[in-house]
Structures are given as structure tokens and as C-alpha cells.
Design a protein around this ligand. Structure first.
Ligand code: CAA
Length: 396
């Protein structure tokens, strides 16, 4: 069992850390306050290769492993979770989905622009009545011969107003239930694509979340991903990878809150000594450090399994569940460590607390992760299927 990062992974981690601390941090409070989309920052992230990290260099990407992507996500999330969700959706839902399941024509047309950040992508699965219950798609894609006619409404779409490409899940054969769903690549400048209201959110306020309407949008058949009816499996398999990205985001948010709390607790004195010297605070730091290390192992393992080409679905669900719960719990504790200062924006931890909440909700709520994990455990009769190294399970 090896825990070292490669030199390349360390270089990516350092570059992301420098970018987050030097470029993102000085303006993050203002972006959060004003719900200001980080246009320049996202452009720079594209130039640095953070928006298509795992895409094959033949299509303009960085050709990196999932582990490098996770490390970059973690560092950027320590400072600005709005930037990291834009990055995560583009990398692991949109680019990865097209690269893994798209045709050569689709990859050649869309990946070079998406991987460099010239275009940003969005993943359009959720609907007013299809959040966790994702099979209940009401958006329709009627087969018109050479094209589909797309109609419906999607909700809570990250990158909704700033994306050039949407991956839209829609029902073509209602009689086949989830087996009738297709995923269509839709360009947002096509007639009938209407960008609805921007959401005013609790956290990740600088990211751009919208309702989207599709009104008689003509989508060429050549823009369907996979076989007819593959859309639901496409969404589920793509989300397995996406959840590693959100797990890394939660890990970063928790790590950012921990680093700020550790530093503050050494500076702030009460009752004649730094508050870190009071057991009440020292134990909070101990619990934060322990949970963050545990989350790190789960998140890195999920990334490693994916890089090995092994089954990573249950591992990504576990990583997201644990990391997001830890992020919520410990950002609340970080505010407590900071006392009154923690309650004001200048000290960053109240924003991290607000940002943490969404990691328990999007890309599958904590309850959905428990569905995925429990079904797997019950089906396989194993505590966990592939463990480090050889993929052999551990019997309960
Ligand atoms: N890989 C491949 N196939 C899968 C799969 C997977 N991981 N998970 C399920 N499937 C298949 C099943 O095998 C089944 O196929 P068959 O009928 O051929 O056997 C089919 O999909 C239906 O599966 P289930 O019976 O398990 O479906 P379910 O209704 O019980 O739902 C669920 C399962 C796990 C709850 C699923 O609906 C789910 O993941 N819901 C959450 C959706 C979600 O994560 N949304 C996030 C929105 S995107 C987002 O947030 C992005 C952003 O902007 C940040």
C-alpha cells in the first residue's frame, strides 16, 4: 500500500493551491456577496488546464488521472467552492460523459472547446418533479426521423446561464420507463433553448444555477449519446464519476475550514492563553483532523479505483457521503472555534459552512448515496467490494 503522490500529482496540487490562494482568495468574499460569476477566474482555470484535466490530449485535454483532478478540486474548494463546482461539472459530468460514451464525431466537435474552457458544459437531469427520483423524467425527446423534438423544463442546473453545451436527459419512449430515456447534446444557442431565472442560493453563490426550458428544440439524431434508450444508464454511470468530484469538493471545504480554525486557534487568546491550548478547542481540532483524514482515504481510494478501471460506484458513493457529512459538521465547528468572528464574512468560515450544505444535496443527496451503498452491500453480502490492490472483497 503506497500513500505517496507522484511528482506530477504534487505539481498539480501545488499549482491549484497557488492559484486558489493567490488568484481566488482575494476576491472570493465579494463574488459570494454579489452572486458574481467568476468569468475571468474560470477563463484562467481553462488556460491552466483545470477544466479538461482528464480529457485525452488528442482532444485538447490534460490527459491526467482522476487522482490529479481530485487534488486540484480539493485545493480550489478550500478557497472557492463556486469555482470548483463549475470545474467539477465541466470535467467529470460533461467532458467525461462525452469522452467515455460519445461518438468520434461528438468528441471531435465538443471536447476541444469544453476541455479548454472556451465552452462550458452543463448536465441537465434534475426536473421540478425528478430530483432524487431521476427515472421520472417529464422532458420529452420525440423521434422525428432525422432529429428529436425536445420539450421540457430542467431545474437547479449548474452553469445554466453560462454554458454553451447541455447534456439533456429526456424521455423518448414513455412506455419503456427509464429504458426509454435518451441523453442529447444540445447547443444553447439553438432555437427554443430558454434560460430561466438565476437561483439566489444559500451557498456556492458565485456559481450560476438556473431553470432551463426547452421549447420545440430540434436536436439532430447524431447528437444522441449512445444507443436509443441509453440515457438513464449514461446519467447514472457519469454521476458515479461526478460524485468523486463533489466528494473532493466537500473534502476541500472541510480542509479549508480546518486550516483556518487551526491558525486562528493559535492566534486568538482567551483566559490567558491561545484558545488551541484549551481542551474544548483542541478536541474540536482533533475531531476535524481525524474526519478529514478518513474522508481523504475514501476520496482518494475512489479516484484510484476509477484510474485502475475497477468498479468505483459504491466507493464514490461512500466517499461523497462521508466527505459531505464531515464538511457540514466541521464547518459548523469551525464557526464555533472562531466565535463571533466566525459569524462575519471576513473570516471565511461562515461561507464555507454555507457552501458545505450543497455537497449533501447535489449529484445525489446523502440519502441517495445510502441507497446506492445499501443496495450494494445487500446484493453482494460484502462490507466493501474492491479493496485496495486486488479487488478482493471483505466478507462481513
Ligand atoms: N450504472 C449503470 N446502471 C445503473 C446504475 C449505475 N450506477 N445505477 C442504476 N442503474 C440502472 C439499473 O441497473 C436499472 O437498470 P435495469 O432496469 O436495466 O436493471 C436502472 O438504472 C434503474 O435503476 P434503479 O432501479 O436503481 O432506479 P431507482 O429508481 O431505484 O433510482 C437512484 C436509483 C440511485 C435513486 C437514482 O435515481 C439516483 O441516482 N438519483 C439521484 C440523481 C442525482 O444524482 N441527481 C443529481 C443531478 S446532477 C447534479 O446535481 C449536477 C450539478 O449540477 C452539480
Amino acid at each position: 500500500m503506497f500513500f505517496e503522490l507522484t511528482e506530477e500529482q504534487q505539481a498539480v496540487q501545488q499549482a491549484a493551491r497557488d492559484f486558489a490562494q493567490n488568484i481566488l482568495k482575494p476576491s472570493v468574499i465579494e463574488r459570494d456577496r454579489d452572486m458574481k460569476y467568476p468569468k475571468d477566474e474560470i477563463r484562467q482555470m481553462g488556460e491552466m488546464g483545470f477544466l479538461g484535466m482528464m480529457v485525452d490530449p488528442a482532444y485538447g485535454g490534460g490527459g491526467m488521472d482522476t487522482m490529479s483532478y481530485v487534488l486540484a478540486m480539493e485545493e480550489i474548494s478550500k478557497v472557492d467552492a463556486s469555482c470548483s463546482v463549475i470545474m467539477s461539472v465541466n470535467n467529470s459530468l460533461v467532458c467525461w460523459g462525452i469522452e467515455k460514451f460519445g461518438t468520434e464525431e461528438q468528441k471531435a466537435k465538443y471536447l476541444p472547446k469544453l476541455a479548454t474552457g472556451e465552452w462550458i458544459g452543463a448536465f441537465c437531469l434534475s426536473e421540478p418533479e425528478a430530483g432524487s427520483d431521476a427515472t421520472s423524467q417529464r422532458t420529452t425527446a420525440v423521434d422525428m426521423g432525422d432529429h428529436y423534438l425536445l420539450n421540457g423544463t430542467k431545474n437547479w442546473i449548474t452553469n445554466g446561464g453560462t454554458s454553451s453545451v447541455h447534456l439533456v436527459m429526456a424521455q423518448t419512449h414513455p412506455e419503456k420507463a427509464h429504458k426509454g430515456i435518451n441523453c442529447l447534446i444540445v447547443e444553447t444557442n439553438w432555437e427554443g433553448v430558454v434560460i430561466g431565472a438565476k437561483e439566489d442560493k444559500l451557498g456556492i453563490r458565485a456559481s450560476d444555477t438556473h431553470t432551463i426550458m426547452y421549447n420545440d428544440v430540434k436536436v439532430p439524431k447524431s447528437n444522441r449519446i449512445g444507443e436509443d434508450g441509453f440515457g438513464f444508464k449514461f446519467a447514472m454511470q457519469t454521476l458515479e464519476g461526478g460524485r468523486i468530484g463533489i466528494a473532493a469538493q466537500a473534502l476541500g471545504i472541510a480542509g479549508g475550514a480546518y486550516e483556518l480554525s487551526l491558525a486562528y486557534s493559535k492566534e486568538r487568546a482567551a483566559f490567558g492563553k491561545p484558545i488551541s491550548q484549551h481542551q474544548a478547542i483542541a478536541f474540536k481540532l482533533a475531531d476535524m483532523a481525524t474526519d478529514i483524514e478518513a474522508a481523504k482515504l475514501l476520496v482518494y481510494r475512489a479516484a484510484w479505483l476509477k484510474d485502475q478501471g475497477m468498479d468505483f460506484g459504491p466507493a464514490s458513493a461512500m466517499a461523497k457521503l462521508f466527505a459531505s457529512e464531515a464538511a457540514m459538521k466541521h464547518t459548523v465547528e469551525a464557526v464555533q472555534v472562531h466565535g463571533g468572528y466566525g459569524y462575519v464574512k471576513e473570516y471565511h468560515v461562515e461561507r464555507l459552512m454555507r457552501d458545505a450544505k450543497i455537497t449533501q444535496i447535489y449529484e445525489g443527496t446523502s440519502e441517495v448515496q445510502r441507497i446506492v451503498i445499501s443496495r450494494n452491500v445487500l446484493k453482494n453480502g460484502q462490507l466493501y467490494i474492491p479493496i485496495w490492490g486486488n479487488g478482493v472483497g471483505t466478507e462481513v
